[in-house]
Design a protein around this ligand. Structure first.
Ligand code: AMP
Ligand code: MG
Length: 318
């Protein structure tokens, strides 16, 4: 199969929607990172996502919808979901809710769990694509499982070359970091994956506090299977919170004190800027003449929590 990059115009979005409806995979931009999409109600198409990414089948996918009305057809809605959706959708927050018995979403997409991860994305290409398909789209990040997430069409090409027919090019993604995942299927909401929407923003919206669970377990069961592994990793070794650097290391800096020649996530210590540069710079550093990467400390506040989550997982050894 030859992978083609399509310019993100209306004709090409229609072409991509036709491909999706015939059971094929299409990579497309969202405001967070590029997604690898399949029609969420089509088991065979969803199975192709796991194969193309080499993603373990126990790791469920996020389902992307056109609007709240369509989401409510598939899952049990509640007041917290309503408040968060009203505040942040379309946008970078994913809600875990209990699946309705009548739901048409592929069981494989949610890895056989009783819950489904749902999101209404804000990127215009994603929105038109879902609209044209007339069905929700299951989409994890468009990269080989465990490696750095893609924030432009070339990153997708590098990772999924000749494994998928089409990539819709929407240039660099705005946010560059995945959605926040919050579990609303239990009485007490819990953040399972820190993301662009912070804990503070969520608490302000729902007016009570939420817990943060690293998603690996609730005591007995794994509740967010994708969060237990090394993830987002470059092919070369990487260490974090580095304040001194070795001679052969490439430095990923942050703030005005970074070495002059280092790539700098944000000279002005701006966390939004750092989030949007994070995967882009890791892709740049992840090539054959890099021996190892050292990343400077990022403050553990606001969006820094999500950035540090990605860096920590990326730096884990096999
Ligand atoms: P990705 O789409 O690969 O960026 O990751 C999606 C994240 O959402 C992973 O960490 C999954 O484990 C998590 N997720 C998806 N569906 C569910 C679900 N039903 N319950 C808990 N976590 C989920
Ligand atoms: Mg991913």
């Amino acid at each position: 199969m030859i992978t083609k990059i399509l310019e993100g115009n209306l004709d090409n979005i229609s072409l991509a929607a036709t491909a999706l409806k015939s059971g094929k995979l299409v990579a497309f931009p969202t405001e967070t990172v590029y997604g690898l999409g399949a029609i969420a109600t089509d088991d065979d198409a969803v199975a192709k996502i796991f194969k193309a990414k080499s993603r373990p089948s126990f790791n469920p996918l996020i389902i992307h919808f056109k609007n709240i009305l369509d989401v409510k057809k598939e899952v049990f809605w509640n007041d917290t979901a309503e408040a968060l959706a009203r505040t942040f959708w379309p946008g970078p927050i994913t809600l875990i809710l209990n699946r309705k018995n009548t739901s048409k979403i592929s069981v494989l997409a949610s890895a056989g769990l009783k819950t489904v991860a749902v999101r209404v994305p804000g990127h215009y290409i994603a929105k038109i694509l879902i609209q044209e398909c007339g069905a929700p789209i299951a989409a994890p990040s468009a990269n080989e499982s465990g490696l750095i997430s893609p924030t432009d069409a070339q990153h997708v090409m590098k990772s999924l070359f000749n494994k998928i027919p089409y990539i819709i090019d929407g240039r660099a993604t705005k946010i560059g970091l995945e959605s926040t995942v919050i579990d609303l299927s239990q009485d007490a909401p819990a953040i399972l994956r820190p993301g662009y929407i912070t804990k503070e923003q969520i608490e302000k919206s729902i007016k009570y506090s939420v817990t943060v669970n690293d998603g690996s377990t609730n005591g007995t069961n794994v509740i967010s299977p994708g969060m237990i592994n090394k993830h987002y990793s470059p092919n070369v070794p990487m260490r974090i919170n580095a304040t001194e650097f070795l001679k052969n290391e490439k430095v990923l800096g942050f703030g005005p004190k970074a070495p002059t020649l280092a790539m700098n996530l944000s000279y002005s210590s701006n966390l939004d800027e750092a989030a949007s540069n994070l995967f882009k710079f890791l892709h740049k550093l992840d090539h054959s003449d890099t021996q190892s990467i050292a990343v400077m400390p990022i403050p553990e506040v606001g969006l820094g929590i999500a950035i540090n989550d990605r860096l920590r997982r990326a730096s884990l050894k096999d």
